[in-house]
Design a protein around this ligand. Structure first.
Ligand code: ZN
Length: 67
């Protein structure tokens, strides 16, 4: 829970050691709250299935997670 409060205050922190590519965009998770993040036009934003899903993205190569 601490991580989420911290993210609200200062924004998410990308885990740059675990960035992967889904075929369209770079993807990663927040190091604090584990929120799935996606890099769009140079900015990291929270991944949202309704905004980013359904466009032929590949699942994570190791975990197979869609986000
Ligand atoms: Zn976060």
């Amino acid at each position: 829970m601490f991580g989420k409060i911290r993210c609200l205050a200062t924004g998410h922190s990308i885990d740059r050691h675990r960035v992967w590519h889904d075929g369209l965009n770079n993807r990663a998770r927040c190091t604090h709250c584990k929120m799935p993040m996606i890099r769009e036009r140079g900015d990291w934003v929270p991944y949202a299935e309704e905004d980013h899903g359904g466009r032929n993205r590949m699942p994570h190569p190791r975990t197979g997670e869609p986000a």
